[in-house]
Design a protein around this ligand. Structure first.
Ligand SMILES: Nc1ncnc2c1ncn2[C@@H]1O[C@H](COP(=O)(O)OP(=O)(O)OP(=O)(O)O)[C@@H](O)[C@H]1O
Length: 320
């Protein structure tokens, strides 16, 4: 297990022994590595593959999972990946239906049912959820970790509000299949899953193993339009808006005369130009076999079992 002790609200600092014990009880012999800073999860994952571990668990936010995937993606004989979501938003875990409750997420890993997922390759790096650039996309790595520890998701909204008055368009040259574009845009997002930045309906058509990226480009607009489109996106009603360009592709090249930073799964990922290719079904990831999260199942069980009330059982509250 490769875990980031600083992810989200730093839960792993307290819960490591309990989590390892749960996995051991589930039949695993475990070894844990605490990351010490940027890039460490990538090195640890590459080493875990060469040492022949049967399973690698990434415990952290999307940034940590992405670093782990970067250590595994190129290696032959890579084992499946398990996820313990510990970040602030956990878009990737949400897209795969992996519960945020750590006990349930461990139980899922113990079941060891895996499915293959697409991985995005961008220049010489990899992403699992999203690559993007332009206004607001740098927000995810500008929010200080301490602030996220203290106030969670709210830290992103605060930073977003602070940046709103300084929105600026960028000039992009885009090539994807037969499509060639030259546009002034506010931002571009290349998604691998349907869940981005806590917006669960941003790319409703996205499928985790269809071999396709979902590309969303917001054309140059003013502040009022920007806010209107963000609120439409929250409801999943944004795709037909004339300010948006939306298409699917498995390969895209983006260039710009401007200095444009790239955001890969919530972390800084270099600058444009970039070439992105979708590596279909490249990685095995442990998910819920029935497609319904254990958390949801237990919740539904609790609703439909008349005597599943407080004081019944061992008194240990496993709910979220
Ligand atoms: N020991 C450490 N101390 C400080 N930073 C670390 C440490 N280990 C890893 N990191 C950094 O943490 C970042 C990844 O954080 P991660 O995405 O897991 O959590 P988060 O940022 O709290 O969650 P979210 O992305 O949902 O907001 C990477 O930039 C990585 O370099």
């Amino acid at each position: 297990m490769i875990y980031n002790p600083t992810s989200g609200r730093e839960e792993m600092k307290k819960r490591l022994p309990e989590i390892l014990q749960r996995l051991e009880r589930g039949g695993f012999e475990t070894s844990a590595h605490a990351t010490i800073g940027e890039g460490d999860a990538t090195l640890a994952a590459a080493e875990a593959v060469s040492r022949g571990f049967d399973l690698i668990i990434a415990a952290g936010g999307d940034g940590t999972i992405c670093e782990v995937v970067n250590g595994m993606a190129e290696r032959e004989g890579r084992p499946p990946l398990g996820i313990l979501p510990l970040g602030t938003t956990n878009d990737f875990a949400r897209a795969l239906g992996i519960p945020k409750n750590l006990e349930y997420a461990c139980d899922l890993i113990i079941q060891q049912y895996s499915t293959s997922i697409d991985v995005g390759k961008i220049n010489n790096r990899y992403f699992i959820n999203i690559a993007g650039g332009g206004s607001m996309t740098e927000l995810t790595y500008e929010v200080p970790s301490k602030l996220k520890t203290m106030i969670g998701q709210l830290a992103y909204y605060m930073k977003g509000l602070e940046k709103l008055p300084r929105l600026k368009p960028i000039e992009l040259y885009i090539k994807a299949g037969d499509r060639e574009m030259h546009e002034e845009v506010m931002l571009f997002l290349v998604g691998n899953t349907n869940s981005v930045g806590g917006f669960e309906k941003l790319a409703p058509e996205a499928n985790i193993n269809d071999g396709m990226f979902d590309v969303i480009i917001l054309k140059k607009c003013n502040l009022a339009e920007f806010i209107r489109i963000v609120s439409l996106a929250l409801r999943g009603e944004h795709l037909s808006d004339p300010n948006l360009i939306y298409f699917q592709t498995n390969h895209i090249e983006i260039n710009s005369p401007d200095y444009v930073q790239l955001n890969l799964d919530g972390e800084f990922g270099g600058t444009l130009p970039c070439v992105m290719t979708n590596l279909q079904s490249h990685l095995q990831v442990i998910v819920d076999e029935s497609g319904q999260s254990i958390y949801k199942k237990k919740f539904l069980e609790a609703l439909t079992t008349p005597f599943h009330l407080k004081g019944h059982g061992n008194g240990h509250d496993e709910g979220e």
